[in-house]
Design a protein around this ligand. Structure first.
Ligand code: CA
Length: 125
């Protein structure tokens, strides 16, 4: 658990699909990571995953299948994003499988991926 500004952050020990990740955070009284500004985004890279440049984690960013815009599970405004220039793609490029969950990657940017993929995740308190 790491404290930063007004929140504490918990790194999962194992990877899960997005929905079980969300539920595990909620069971702890937390929510999946919500990144609301560049300082918090930098904290994730510079502190939480400083020694793991290839990390990939689920966040609390998602979209409804019928919509093309993303939102945070907490309902906080979507005021900041750090998408890869080619993202969000909304679908897997070759299979067309829908992508509805936001993943932060070690390439210093975000991508959307299918929610049924397995990733580590961060809970925010
Ligand atoms: Ca994508």
């Amino acid at each position: 658990m790491v404290k930063y500004r007004h929140s504490c952050y918990y790194r999962s020990k194992i990877g899960r699909q997005w929905l079980p990740s969300k539920l595990e955070c909620e069971a702890m009284g937390a929510h999946l990571l919500v990144v609301t500004d560049t300082e918090e985004n930098d904290f994730i890279y510079n502190v939480l995953f400083r020694d793991e440049p290839n990390f990939e984690i689920f966040t609390g960013g998602f979209r409804l299948m019928e919509e093309s815009t993303y939102q945070w599970i907490t309902g906080e405004p979507w005021t900041f994003a750090n998408w890869n220039p080619l993202e969000p793609s909304l679908a897997v490029w070759d299979t067309g499988e829908s992508e509805e969950c936001v993943c932060i990657t070690g390439q210093w940017n975000w991508t959307d991926i299918p929610c049924n993929q397995t990733r580590m995740f961060v809970c925010e308190f």
